[in-house]
Design a protein around this ligand. Structure first.
Ligand SMILES: Nc1ncnc2c1ncn2[C@@H]1O[C@H](COP(=O)(O)OP(=O)(O)OP(=O)(O)O)[C@@H](O)[C@H]1O
Length: 272
């Protein structure tokens, strides 16, 4: 499926029992085929925004459009064909094999009565997705027996098997070792899908994102091309951390080197 434009405009979200909005006036544009990093401290609203953008949570204000169509008015099946979300925690006690978990990604493409074995394009998409993120050797293993990193890669394979136009990733590399982190983000980039990925690692964001959106307390603190936005001043202001942003000697992307927590500026926790 060709990459799409994903736009959120003036999105607001409130939850019962919390005085401050979780999201407030959030604007976001994810351009076709580009990787957009969603950054911000703990509790700044990244997961909530991904859930709104994925159509799982309805915003109290504003709207999300995918190629001009309102995501929250799309039939669920169509939305599931176009948007794939890889959640931060993929816990399950289901006794499914890795292949069966990846095959769940084909559900929105199959007929409602197609519960039997996959064939044709469905089977090809599952095998290709497992190969792409190197879980094909685990295909017959029980999903509940996998390590955290193997699970995370299996969830990416499920999302890729879905053949979406937009890939939404919530801290996709938090269980992965360094090699698999780099490999994972490389594979995501290679797919050329419109991607929105919540990331904590600023160095990874600098290396793999084209654009970033930085949230603070549910609002957009900065947005734009990574090299323009990810500056020492922004990181000091939003995270309360002293960093240098340099030209990497061997890569073209900027390189973020942290020096320590800024003593003079306590990190603001989101008001809970
Ligand atoms: N259903 C809810 N009920 C109450 N508070 C909520 C709810 N959903 C989100 N919040 C609050 O909204 C804020 C944003 O949460 P969210 O999980 O979106 O942040 P995040 O940026 O993804 O955080 P982290 O980096 O820690 O994963 C938090 O303070 C959270 O406690």
């Amino acid at each position: 499926m060709s990459p799409a434009v994903l736009e959120a405009s003036d999105v607001g979200l409130r939850v019962a029992g919390r005085a401050q909005p979780v999201l407030d006036g959030v604007d976001l544009v994810c351009r076709p085929g580009r990787v957009t990093g969603l950054l911000g401290p703990n509790g700044s609203g990244k997961t909530s925004l991904l859930h709104v953008v994925a159509g799982l949570r309805r915003p109290g204000a504003g709207a999300v459009h995918l190629d001009g169509a309102d995501v929250h008015r799309m039939p669920a099946r169509l939305r599931a064909r176009r948007l794939a979300l890889v959640e931060q925690h993929a816990e399950t006690t289901l006794a499914l094999s890795v292949r069966q978990v990846v095959a769940l990604g084909r559900t929105p493409h199959r007929s409602r009565w197609g519960a039997g074995p996959l064939d044709g394009q469905d089977a090809r998409a599952v095998e290709q997705a497992m190969r792409l993120v190197s879980v094909d050797h685990l295909a017959d293993r029980g999903w509940d027996r996998l390590s955290g990193g193997e699970r995370q890669r299996t969830q990416l394979a499920r999302a890729l098997a879905q053949e979406p136009a937009v890939l939404l990733l919530d801290e996709p590399t938090n269980h992965l070792d360094l090699r698999h982190q780099l490999d994972f983000l490389e594979r995501v980039r290679e797919r050329g899908l419109t991607t929105l990925a919540a990331l904590h690692d600023l160095e990874m964001a600098a290396a793999y994102c084209d654009d970033v959106v930085v949230l603070r307390e549910g609002r957009v603190a900065a947005a734009g091309p990574v090299a323009r936005v990810l500056t020492p001043a922004l990181v000091a202001d939003v995270y309360g951390v002293d960093v240098d942003v340099e030209t990497h000697p061997r890569r073209t992307a900027p390189h973020v080197r942290w020096n320590g927590v800024l003593a003079t500026r306590p990190v603001r926790e989101a008001t809970r």
